[in-house]
Design a protein around this ligand. Structure first.
Ligand code: UDH
Ligand code: NGS
Length: 287
């Protein structure tokens, strides 16, 4: 046709699929939490690579997965600066099609990490057709960029060797810190529990859900899976909840009714920064 003949013959518009192993990874990283670092420094350094909302797509190949990075958040702005400073360059080198979602718990009620993650899943799906979800604490930075922030054949635990645990797992079934689940894996377990208020146990409940649905845990090796945690004091309104440990004996009975199927929250604000999508949610927290 006419159009066909006018197209330059050497330049094809169809990009190939990105390789299984990204070519530009560097391996072990130097990580230091310099207190002088500001969000504007990070913006200046990274924003030219990103699109509004903290989104990125590799320019020269089609990413294998569309990843949503979900962070449960309240009042940790200094940690957010460090996290963005380190993670954006890593995620770019990993050639991911990704978006960073910071899910902020509105108000001063008791914190609920897992319920915030559920709200993050639902809100991310409204923004883009994500097929993979990485759930991360704000205070954990990987020490090796070969630790891929994507999904695997089974739910993945990424934070396997944290400095605070002497670069070991604290126990074999530990699933805390950073994990990834494909959309299918997440739906299979009815998402995360909504009822673990305060600190402790929600990660163990997620582990139970995965096992009860016949899946296993995928992990990187303990060299690739090293992390540095930003040191901090215990937050206000996130005390250890002694009820949570007992709830773990009930996961099999509760998981079908407590999760994505029972999730209730309201969005109060969505703000798209160049470095992240900030979603403020009211999760009906007890005071
Ligand atoms: N989080 C917030 N704000 C809060 C509470 C938690 O953003 O007020 C998020 C944040 O992403 C954090 C994650 O939830 O990384 C997990 O919470 P956490 O950092 O409180 O859990 P962790 O086990 O620390 O890291 C518990 C208190 C440890 C006190 C140690 C004193 N040396
Ligand atoms: C377990 C908690 C987990 C927690 C892990 C590590 O006891 O939620 O310790 O905690 N389970 C319960 O409380 C039932 S840490 O050493 O990071 O403070 O992730």
């Amino acid at each position: 046709s006419h159009e066909e003949t006018r197209r330059p013959p050497t330049k094809s518009k169809t990009l190939g699929r990105c390789p299984d192993t990204p070519p530009t990874l560097v391996g072990p990283l130097h990580v230091e939490f310099d207190s002088q670092r500001t969000l504007d420094d990070v913006r200046e350094m990274i924003s030219s690579s990103l699109r509004e909302g903290g989104r990125y797509k590799p320019p020269d190949c089609v990413a294998q997965q569309k990843v949503a990075i979900i962070i449960a958040f309240r009042n940790r702005h200094e940690h957010l600066t460090h996290w963005l400073y380190y993670l954006h360059p890593i995620l770019i080198r990993q050639q991911l099609d990704y978006t960073v979602y910071v899910i902020n718990q509105d108000g001063e009620g008791v914190f609920n990490r897992a319920k915030l993650m559920n709200a993050g899943y639902v809100e991310a799906m409204k923004q883009y057709d994500h097929d993979c979800f990485v759930f991360s604490d704000i205070d954990l930075v990987p020490l090796d960029d070969r630790n891929l922030y994507r999904c695997f054949d089974n739910p993945r635990h990424l934070a396997v060797a944290m400095d605070k645990f002497n670069f070991h797992l604290p126990y074999k079934t530990y699933f805390g810190g950073v994990s990834s689940l494909s959309k299918g894996q997440y739906l299979k377990i009815n998402g995360f529990p909504n009822t673990f208020w305060g600190w402790g146990g929600e990660d163990d409940d997620i582990y139970n859900r995965i096992i009860f649905r016949g899946m296993s845990i995928s992990r990187p090796d303990s060299v690739t899976g090293k992390y540095r945690m930003i040191k901090h004091k215990r937050d206000l309104h996130n005390e250890e909840n002694p009820k949570n440990a007992g709830k773990l004996r009930q996961t099999k009975q509760t998981m079908n009714k407590d999760g994505l199927s029972s999730l209730k929250y309201t969005v109060k604000e969505i703000k798209k920064d160049i470095l992240y999508t900030f979603i403020n949610v009211d999760i009906e927290a007890p005071l």
